[in-house]
Design a binder for this molecule. Sequence first.
Ligand SMILES: C=C(O[C@@H]1C=C(C(=O)O)C=C[C@H]1O)C(=O)O
Ligand SMILES: [Mg+2]
Length: 461
Amino acid sequence: MNRKLSATTGDRIETEQSTLYFHIETIEVSRLSALAFFEAGEQSFAGQRFFWQNREKTFTLAGLGHAQTISSDAKEHRFDDVEQQWKKLTQNVVNDENNIQPILFGGFTFDTENEVSGEWTGFPEAFFAVATYQLVVKNDQAYVSIHLITDEENTTEALNALRKERDELIHTAQVKALKKYAKPQIKSSYEPYKEEYLESISKVTSLIRQKEADKVVIARSLALQFEEQVTSPNVLSQVMMEQPDSYLFGLEEQGKLFFGASPERLVKVSDKYAYSSCIAGSIKRGKTAEEDDLLGQSLLNDTKNLSEHQYVVDMILQTFKENCASYQIPNAPQLLKIRDIQHLFTPVEGPLKEGATVLQLVKTLHPTPALGGVPRMKAMQVIREYEPLNRGLYAAPIGWLDAQGNGEFAVAIRSALLAKDQAFLYAGGGIVADSQPSSEYDETLVKFRPMLRALGGQLHE
Ligand SMILES: C=C(O[C@@H]1C=C(C(=O)O)C=C[C@H]1O)C(=O)O
Ligand SMILES: [Mg+2]
């Protein structure tokens, strides 16, 4: 049975132009798969959906329809802009008894100065949405909220229509469950600018040897053409089955789906306590447990990978020193093993100082030297000069926040943009003084694997 938890009579939102009302109504639902709910929106909400699951699988979020979108093209101020718009929208929103409240989900672009046109053309520099129908699954409980943001005072009819549609969506998700999708069929694939990429690694390595920068992350893409159009629930269900140890995310915008399975936390804030992770330095998984262990041990002792890693630790630690009253960090990296790859990993955490917010931390941390480089501005210039790509939302923060100051952002790596019958996969690596083009190329092949597998690709050794 669905239990009604709470409803507001419409919190007032005062803006310069008008008064808006934010209606929220939440019910608790027994048994509901978040992906089946996402799929139930295929007819009416394709193009206006999102999906998120944390690494621990303790928090899953699906959104159908847009009660409100918040976007920004304010360049480096896009983080503040989103924060202010969200504060205004939620100025009177109060917490309900189960701590279920409206969530803002979305992402930022990697670099607002990149003007390369292509698959990302039309995407705003920041794009976020509050769903009309929001599903939150946590502590094995599922909650569906209706969000209605309107300037109409009388909303009885509109709310009744939304309740009816909500019940249909839940029914479809519960009765039909999730389809068993066949893997997409790839017609052809190609690696744009492969030669340019290999050349750029040599050039960037020599720039670093000349001390023009310490580390620069260079990325490239892989393009796939499918036999037919591929749907969002299809690829998300493949990713969900195949990538258990990662953040899973999907964001529809501009008729496309940006999705991925990232191991990398940028920042999480929970009850004024912040967590981040330094992840840089990579090696493949072994074919046997013994080989895997040997590869892991060699990664832990490899000077090139340790130097890639240390730049990230130094920068994230600095941010924690500035924003936290105290901090904790282990003094040596450990291994983070995911299905296709192992990384050097150092977690950082600490209680936030007064005034520090999740979006302010996102703003300060992005891009960490795991995706940008050191020094940051120089690395960004080098990326613009040597990478013939527009990264779009790849390698940038993606995640959610609520009105109480909690939220979590992952770094959107191991990701791809699905555009009907095409997909663009992205992967990069940290270039330091002793990088080799062919081994960096091989590292990107390993990093393409999670998305390539989900999209029906052949995985070569
Ligand atoms: C740039 C990527 O990954 C980043 C680069 C890594 C490296 O060079 O060792 C490791 C993890 C990530 O921080 C990617 O997956 O595309
Ligand atoms: Mg690397």
